[in-house]
Design a protein around this ligand. Sequence first.
Ligand code: ADP
Length: 151
Amino acid sequence: MKRAVFPGTFDPITIGHVDIIRRALPLFDEIVIGVGRNNDKTHLFELDTRLNWIREIFKNEPKISVDHYPGLTVDFARYKNAQCILRGLRSVTDFEYEFQISQVNKALNPEIETCFIMATPAFTPISSKIVRDLIIKGGDYKPFVPDEVRV
Ligand code: ADP
């Protein structure tokens, strides 16, 4: 069983996240979307709201499940019996950060690999942070999120 976890804060989930998940689906038997806590970020949306949106988006996809975790992503991956941590890469800035984290994760648990999927060019500028800014300032956020995300 090839299982990956896709960790993130998903505050909120965007069409960029969904694109990475859907493209990764043929590569794995199961993908567990893990909503983690990022100590550097304050959330706009409650954990339950974020989880419910993700569940709704993937309700017809039996290979995808959703859970949340309070601690380290490698511990979550081990708990889920996943061999892979899946991440998306949009830019060199993403790369610098992801490279460092993946090396630390490798040191913490050498059995778990981090796998990267490059962002689809049209989705490269999309981030949860930009969507949050649009929501807070009354901009049209809808083109950047799945239909299920409505505030
Ligand atoms: P984190 O809080 O860990 O940065 P995010 O919820 O922002 O998590 O994102 C989770 C993962 O999705 C990260 O690997 C991030 O690089 C990736 N990602 C976010 N937005 C996009 C996008 N538009 N295209 C591709 N990957 C993306």
